[in-house]
Design a binder for this molecule. Structure first.
Ligand code: FES
Length: 62
């Protein structure tokens, strides 16, 4: 599933990045990593991205 259409990346790519973050991921940093350094354009994907990051961080027990 594509999360962002402005700088297209999928939820799979987001999860790959989150695996390396050990529960300390930040939305802006995840966006940048997944979009090869770009900033959000229309920002419509950010709520979805926030949900994925929050869910992931809450399931990690560091
Ligand atoms: S859909 Fe992600 S910035 Fe537009």
């Amino acid at each position: 599933m594509f999360v962002c259409l402005c700088h297209p990346f999928s939820d799979k790519k987001v999860k790959e990045h989150l695996e390396k973050s050990q529960g300390r991921a930040r939305v802006g940093e995840v966006y940048s990593a997944c979009s090869e350094g770009n900033k959000p354009n229309c920002c419509q994907c950010l709520e979805t991205l926030k949900d994925i990051v929050k869910t992931h961080n809450n399931t990690i027990t560091a």
